[in-house]
Every structure is written in C-alpha cells, then in structure tokens.
Design a protein around this ligand. Sequence first.
Ligand SMILES: C[S@@+](CC[C@H](N)C(=O)[O-])C[C@H]1O[C@@H](n2cnc3c(N)ncnc32)[C@H](O)[C@@H]1O
Length: 467
Amino acid sequence: MQTSIAPPDLFLPIRNPDIEALHAATACYTTDPVVDAVLDLAGWPRARGRLLDPGAGDGVFLERAIARLTLASNDVDALADRVEGWEIHPDAAQDARIRIARHLENRGWRAATAKSAADRIIIEADFLAPGPIERRYSVICGNPPFFRRANLPERFKLLYAETVPEYARADILHSFLDRCTEVLTDDGVLACVTSDRWLFNQNASKLRESIGRRFGIAELTRLDPASSFYRPKQRTRGTPPRIHPVAVLLGSDARRTRPLTREPIEIDGPMTLAPGTVPLGSVAEVRIAPWLGPQGVFFLRASEASHLPLNELVPCVDTDDVTKEDTLRPPARVAVRTQRGSEPHSAVLAHLDSTLGALPPRARQTPRWAPPENWGPFPLNREALLIPRIAQRLRVIRLPAGVLPINHNLSVCSTEAGIPLDVLAAALVSDEAQAWIRQHAPRLENGYLSITTKLLRRLPVRIPTAS
Ligand SMILES: C[S@@+](CC[C@H](N)C(=O)[O-])C[C@H]1O[C@@H](n2cnc3c(N)ncnc32)[C@H](O)[C@@H]1O
C-alpha cells in the first residue's frame, strides 16, 4: 500500500511558540450564564463609558455586552467608543472578530462595516507589554488569565519584569488585576471571574494593598468550577483545571464596599462565633508539627536506627501511620533528637554526616546537626490529638504522650489544668465543627481542605459545662 506524507503548508502563518504556550495554558473560556451574571454584576450597560475585556478569548464577553447596547446601525465610531477587547493569540482574536462581526450583521449592519467595527474593537496585542496605560475604561469585565510566573515562557518573564510592578508578578492574574485597576476610571467598576487565591494569599498582599488604595470589594461570590468554564475546541478534551473561581466586583463607593488591604479576605463571610461556643485556641494548645526533611536523615525507620542511642530517639508519626478509622498504628519511625547548642552523641553525628547530603538546601541548618525546623516546646509529655493538615474533613486521632507528630500536621492538647482531651475530641468531630471547617478552610484539589493552626485556633467549639 502506498502512503503519502503531506508536504508542509507554506502558506500557514508563522506561529510564535511563546504565545501559543501562553494561550494553551490560559485559555479557559467562560460559559454564557456566567458571562451574563458578570455583566449584571457590573451594571452593564452603564449610561456612559467604555467596557474593556483585557483577555478577550473568542469575544464572548464583548458580544454579550454589545447585545445589551442600543446601537445606531453602521456607526463604527460610536460602538468602538463603548467596547474594547485585548487578546494576544491570533486565532482567538480572529474568532472574536468573526463573532462580533456576525452579531452586528445579524442586527442589520453592512458586512464590511461590521467587519471594520470588529477590527477596531479587538486589539491583537499583549495587554501587559506595553498595554494600555490611560485611565479610560469605566467598566472592566472578563476572565483574566491566571498562570504562575514560574511557569511563564522566559520571554514573558523578561518583558513583564520591565512593565509590571514587582508586587504583581507572582501570577499573570495579579499582573492583569494590577493593570486593570490602573486603567479604570475613579468611578469605574471591575467585574471579573478570578481564581480566589489572590484574595488571601500572602504573595498578593501588596497587590491587595495597592488596589485597595482606590477600590474596595462590592460583591464576592463563589462560582461552580464544573459549570463555569470550558476549553476552546482546539484544546485537549477534559475538565478545565480547578481554580476555586469567584466572581468579584470592585468599586470605589466607600459606603458599599469592603476595604481591600494587605489582610487576607475571608471569602465565606466573617468568622463569627455562634452563641455558646468559644474559639478552640482559648481552651486548648494548637501547634504545628516540625518538618524534618526527607526520611532517612532526621527521622528514619526504627529498624534502621538500632545503632543509635535510644535516649536520643523519639517515636514519630505522619498521616500514613493513621488508619481509615482515624486510629494510630504503632509508630514505625523515630526522630533523632538533637540540641542546637550541644554536639550530639558520636553515633548520631556519624549518622547525620553520612545522610545530610539528602537534605534539600532549604533544610540545612547551622550547626549541621540542627533539624530543618525546630521541634519547639512540643508537649511530648502529654497525650494530644493529631489533626492532619490536608484532609477532606477534620480528622481527630489520639496521639499518645511521647510520640512526635511530623511534617506540618497539627496537634491539639489540653492546656495544663484545662478541658479534658475527650471533651476536646468530641467537640472537634461534631457536625457543627465540621460544617465550620468546610465553610472556612481554603479548598485544595480533589475536595481536600487546607487546615492551618491559625484557622484551627479560631474554630468555634461547644464545651459542655460540668454539672
Ligand atoms: C481565561 S481566558 C478568557 C477568555 C474570555 N474572556 C472568556 O472569558 O471566555 C484568557 C485569555 O487571555 C488571553 N491572554 C493571556 N495572556 C494575555 C496577554 N498578556 N495579553 C492579552 N491576552 C492574553 C489568552 O490567550 C486567553 O484567550
């Protein structure tokens, strides 16, 4: 059988691989009902002013924004004064132009005029380099791209180092939000779909502060990741990445907005205490367990530690020692206890010297026998509760005295002369506590929650009074 190989198509436009990569990573388009809800949130159309979509994709926000305008036929200037979209990717920009032109034609515009209006509205360029700088938009709507700086093609890292302030570089979403709010008029509004992380992550604190000098949060609602997005047809099939999306409305009316500052925003409402409850931190000690680096150095299998002096070893546990029923298996590993201020036993030092090479640079300490993280005043003399830091619910596991939890799991124990551990354990597994954690803990992939010491200390618990 004869096979033929198609010759390369000499007439295909030359593709810029960096733009292709950026678009492939960020093109997660918004479904129509969410687009309409976001335009409603912005109060579009406003009587006057221009709407901008800074990363227009195939133009869905622009088309639906135009659909809400009363237009004089074939008046390109009037329409281009009301809506504008930026898009870096040539095919997406072309899709947006076709979509807008078709919409106008359906409203009775001449084909050639509709096409030139669409050409004016869609600016095929990078929104950040150099991008617009004048304050000329009164409404900004869209679903700006999100992508961590570390993963951006090098070319964009270099470009944005010139055009984006340092505090807004950690993610392209931060860069977009910074630029969008810079080009928004003083009485303007921004209504966008974003990932929720910039609202509370530490690496966005300066961004929040900077935006907060001119704008506050007027509305904030969670969106359903499963029904809010889709991948454009040329992309691989499958579900879009989970991004914990929210619809956010920023505005400048101080009477109607929550201030935006360096402080993290609590998306699911303020953490008020229900009557009859107290914060866990007021009745118990909540601690984070030390991270001791990879297994084999500062902690190892007990069976491999027989050459080390017993009084320098402490049994230790991680979440893989916990059964499905939330009980602890007998510890199979031991941590090597060393003191920063005194050289350890020669056998311990020999063990560390032969294994320290396995530690990542961030784990290495001076003196070399000090563990990657301080054990702190761990209450090893008391029974405690082990709480896995990443879990789908609050899990509470009894931890015997003398056993060290490791790897940033949490522990809760009674304060001296405080509430009995059984009572704390019962309060922690109650439906009320579980519902509160589900509502307030940041969500991770696959239904997992991030449970931090700060959050756990604020958890309202109901402690029955002794009769
Ligand atoms: C999340 S999609 C949203 C598309 C559309 N607004 C929607 O909601 O369906 C983000 C779009 O921004 C574009 N984009 C990414 N970086 C850009 C940049 N620096 N300048 C302009 N557009 C960019 C991507 O190509 C992608 O089409």
